[in-house]
Design a protein around this ligand. Structure first.
Ligand code: SF4
Length: 86
């Protein structure tokens, strides 16, 4: 079972309902943090955590998830369908 962490998102007007991070895949490349440091940070194990799932807009979140070289960040819409990476 993958070492995943789920973060619900309740941002008004957003199509993204959940951010899922696969900690096993995170290699601390920090490209996601470069795109949205309001959303992503590294913890003391140098694995990504979501510090705020609601601040960034959908475009920024999508760009951050797409920037991850190992596809460690997954985005799901409010119906539970994975929307990123496609
Ligand atoms: S871009 Fe991917 S590998 Fe890099 S810190 Fe973010 S989740 Fe981890």
């Amino acid at each position: 079972m993958a070492n995943t962490q789920e973060y619900p998102r309740n941002k008004e007007g957003s199509n993204i309902g959940k951010i899922v991070v696969n900690r096993d895949l995170c290699i601390a490349a920090i490209s996601c943090i470069a795109v949205s440091e309001a959303t992503f940070q590294l913890d003391d194990e140098s694995k990504v955590v979501v510090i705020d799932a609601n601040t960034a807009d959908d475009e920024t979140l999508t760009a951050a998830a797409e920037s991850c070289p190992t596809k460690a960040i997954l985005l799901f819409d409010k119906a539970g369908t994975q929307v990123c990476p496609k």
